[in-house]
Design a protein around this ligand. Structure first.
Ligand code: FES
Length: 183
């Protein structure tokens, strides 16, 4: 997938191991919001990860690789019952199901969990943990890898290739998540 057109503030969704994964090009304002949210989120340093350990290279305030801190990569599976959260990047009121001081980040519409721009769940929400961060890395423009268990982003050409064998599973997985949410 070519992400050269991923403008500041935009996001794309790819599939990895049958799950939706976001790639978001965070703005400076979004990064500043992450810092501001430190006292508002339940687990600011991801001491209690969800289904996979936080990659060591993402163990920092932005939960991203430090050489591309603006690029946020996260598994879009709510840690409550598995719904897919939705981007709600517009800040402030009035917005349904969001507080008046909403900074602009993510809402899981199923039961109202909210996550900040680093995928950290806000306090006192049904979701108990932060969104997972999958393993990922940057390579050269020609360093594409297929069929790997992680996905790679070519930094100079901004080309991303996911585990393409699993892209077709995205729809089925989304249906599965919705089914779990109804239970
Ligand atoms: S599944 Fe997201 S809040 Fe319940």
């Amino acid at each position: 997938m070519d992400i050269s057109d991923l403008k500041l503030g935009d996001m794309k969704t790819v599939a990895w191991r049958g799950k939706p994964v976001w790639i978001i090009n965070r703005t400076d304002k979004m990064l500043a919001d992450v810092q501001k949210a430190d006292n508002e989120v339940a687990d600011p340093h991801t001491k209690n990860p969800f289904s996979m350990p936080l990659p060591k290279y993402c163990n920092n305030e932005y939960r991203s690789r430090s050489d591309h801190k603006n690029l946020f990569v996260a598994v879009a599976v709510c840690t409550h019952l598995g719904c897919t959260p939705t981007p709600r990047f517009q800040e402030g009121p009035p917005q349904p199901n969001l507080p008046d001081d909403w900074p602009g980040s993510f809402l899981c519409p199923c039961h109202g969990s909210t996550y900040d721009m680093a995928g950290r769940v806000f306090k006192n929400k049904p979701a108990p943990q932060n969104l997972d961060i999958p393993p990922y890395m940057f390579t050269s423009a020609t360093g594409l890898v297929t069929g790997a268990s992680m996905f790679f982003v070519a930094s100079s050409a901004h080309v991303l290739r996911a585990d393409v064998r699993l892209v077709s599973q995205l729809s089925a997985s989304s249906r599965s998540f919705r089914g779990r949410c109804r239970r």
